[in-house]
Design a protein around this ligand. Sequence first.
Ligand SMILES: Nc1ncnc2c1ncn2[C@@H]1O[C@H](COP(=O)(O)OP(=O)(O)OP(=O)(O)O)[C@@H](O)[C@H]1O
Length: 258
Amino acid sequence: MNAILSLEGVSRSFGGLMAVGDVGFSVQPGEIFGLIGPNGAGKTTLFNLISGLTPVSAGRISFLGKDILGIAPHKVASMGMARTFQNIRLFSGMSVLDNVRAPMQAFAETGLLSDLLGLPASRAQERRIRDRAMELLGLVGLDSKTHDLASSLPYGERRRLEIARALALRPKLLLLDEPAAGLNLAEKAELSSFIRDLRTRFDLTVLIIEHHVPLVMGLCDRLAVLNFGRLICQGKPDDVRSDQCVIDAYLGDSHAVA
Ligand SMILES: Nc1ncnc2c1ncn2[C@@H]1O[C@H](COP(=O)(O)OP(=O)(O)OP(=O)(O)O)[C@@H](O)[C@H]1O
């Protein structure tokens, strides 16, 4: 099977610091693939390289068989890659509904003139966008809060809104940067089955950074482990858990691997 995402020799330095060094792995369609590693290992930098927010210093990244280096983040998004952020990024002054509608409107097909004149094609499109936004908000349990300001939501609900917004553009690959961060125990427990449901429902591939090791071990089909920017291990959860390099990397880190 052809990989949906493939990295070869990917590196990124900031001044003298090598944040990501010579990293290579492939993610297959339909996989839930985890990226783990101690604090400062380079995980978020790698997400920024994949989604085009940060230019690579060296290496190749292909998505759906196409080289995506140098392609602007919004173009990568329109190719079918969506992401969430470690520090949630929402339009906090906008309503819950508008947060999900905005990306769909930005990529809408009808022109400005048609929209200004309120032509039937524009009205039909607006209805489709609203229906889809409502469907996604229902899926993440926020359909009763459509008119609330995003900034008024509790933390766990803001995380769910960010996921709904990422799904708005019907991505093929969803990048989740620490989706369990800040969630309470009950929310953490629900997150695995929620992500699995998303995969099935939207035929998604998921790449997830997560510090909550029991969650990733139970959720992911395969994992890659970074330490000081280097890929030290990749494989199935059981192989990664028993790998001596991984155990050594996590010694002294607050997030135990077992
Ligand atoms: N824009 C930047 N400028 C300079 N250094 C950076 C920049 N972004 C990241 N770094 C450094 O690169 C290294 C990797 O950081 P990164 O945030 O990717 O790690 P991480 O694995 O995501 O960490 P955490 O688990 O704590 O979020 C760190 O030493 C960090 O300080």
